[in-house]
Write a protein that binds this ligand. Structure first.
Ligand SMILES: [Zn+2]
Length: 417
């Protein structure tokens, strides 16, 4: 009666007795079947040779480890043509030869292994009542009969991945239409990739980087497939190329930035092209920290407004307030919001315009004005002074040291391009 609750019901076993040690239940079990099938000739035999004992770990019972002590048998094979004379008892399910666990216990470990991996799976297995080591968890996974997906959408990406970075690499194959990993290859040799592609004749397009063996592998494994350089590697290569160019043009860049940093109210005619280019990049920087979502909504508002939609309709479509929509319709381009902090620098303009103060540096002037009651930070002081300087050049302090030209690094320039 108790057998059906503590033993698998899909195999003919009978619990004879139960005894325990601290934390472990031992279930002495007999086999009910009267014959077994020879694993070599598949003939039934009921002629018992001898008996032996097997211990199998089962699912836990009330927090106790459960170990089934099975009195199994060995059989003679009656088939005179069979090379196997004696074989161990075979079962239809739940108990496999050489296994030290019931199949249902093994299935639990396999689920933990797939969800948690080796180390975590082993740690959790102790609490789940089937304690095993990380190595055993990995062995359970390797024994699983997982069939790789055969068909892909026909558009795949190929790239390398590191077993151990800098030492051993494999190849990852991704289905670009389904956006999922299809297979992992043990190395990044052309022959391995070629062999995989020959087993997948549905492949029409392969995206890859510039690694030579991949190009060769695709050419031999899928000669009719189109090879495409992927966007990431194209941009990376373009960035590296432009960076090298900028690194070799340090002198010219310095001259360009020198021209750009000259006062804006005295631009030289020959420098207008340089000024225009740098102004464009400055515009990009001005809008650089505006979110993509905000820019998208701004463009959507402008588009709908130009097509004649009402403010109310646009607000409902774009999910903005009518005030914001109205503001966007009046703006030519979206710019980042300016800080509203104000200072009392206007009260000191008369002092700053005095003849003796024009030769002083911003740092000296800021220190003096703070002592006189200026309530702003040094950065705010500089920004305000620069604005005044553009409208009243006489305010500019006298330069006392070498001119420091503000430039961009080759990396930053290549990123902007
Ligand atoms: Zn046989």
């Amino acid at each position: 009666m108790i057998s059906q609750f503590i033993l698998p019901t899909n195999v003919q076993l009978r619990a004879d007795s139960i005894h325990s040690e601290p934390g472990i239940l031992y279930i002495d079990t007999s086999v009910c079947q009267t014959c077994s099938i020879c694993p070599v000739c598949n003939k039934k035999s009921s002629k018992i040779h001898s008996r032996y004992s097997r211990t199998l770990l089962d699912l836990p019972i009330s927090g106790h480890l459960s170990k089934v002590q099975l009195k199994a048998r060995k059989y003679f094979c009656d088939n005179p043509e069979c090379p196997r004379k004696v074989f161990t008892e075979r079962f239809d399910c739940e108990i496999k030869p050489y296994y030290r666990r019931m199949i249902r216990s093994n299935d639990l470990l396999a689920r933990m292994a797939l969800e948690l991996g080796g180390n975590t799976g082993a740690a959790i297995s102790r609490y789940a009542g089937v304690p095993v080591s990380p190595s055993t968890i990995l062995r359970v996974v390797k024994r699983l009969d997982i069939q790789p997906k055969k068909l892909t959408s026909g558009v795949i990406g190929v790239d390398d991945w590191a077993f151990k970075k800098g030492k051993t690499y494999g190849t990852v194959i991704v289905d670009l239409a389904k956006k999922e990993v299809v297979d992992l290859l043990p190395d990044r040799e052309s022959a391995t990739l070629s062999e995989w592609l020959k087993q997948h004749p549905e492949i029409k397009t392969v995206s890859r980087d510039r690694y030579g063996p991949y190009a060769l592998g695709i050419k031999t494994g899928a000669p009719d497939a189109s090879q495409v350089a992927d966007r990431f590697h194209l941009l990376m290569n373009l960035g590296n190329a432009t960076k090298r160019i900028f690194q070799s043009k340090g002198k010219e860049l310095r001259e360009a930035f020198t021209l750009y940093n000259q006062p804006k109210n005295k631009p030289a005619k020959t420098e207008s092209a340089v000024q225009n280019m740098l102004q464009i990049t400055e515009d990009i920087l001005t809008t650089a920290n505006i979110s993509i979502d905000k820019l998208h909504k701004f463009e959507k508002v402008k588009d709908l407004y130009s097509k004649g939609s009402s403010i109310r309709q646009i607000a409902k479509t774009v999910k903005l307030t009518r005030t914001t929509v109205r503001k966007y319709t009046m703006m030519e381009k979206l710019v980042k919001r300016q800080a509203h902090t104000t200072t009392n620098l206007d009260a000191f303009i008369g002092f700053l315009m005095q003849e003796e103060n024009r030769v002083k540096t911003y740092r000296e002037l800021h220190k003096t004005t703070v002592e006189m009651g200026f309530n702003g930070k040094y950065t705010q002081f500089c920004n305000k002074m620069n604005e005044l300087k553009n409208t009243q050049p006489a305010l500019r302090p006298k330069s006392t040291g070498p001119i420091l030209v503000k430039t961009w690094s080759p990396t930053r320039l290549s990123l902007m391009l």
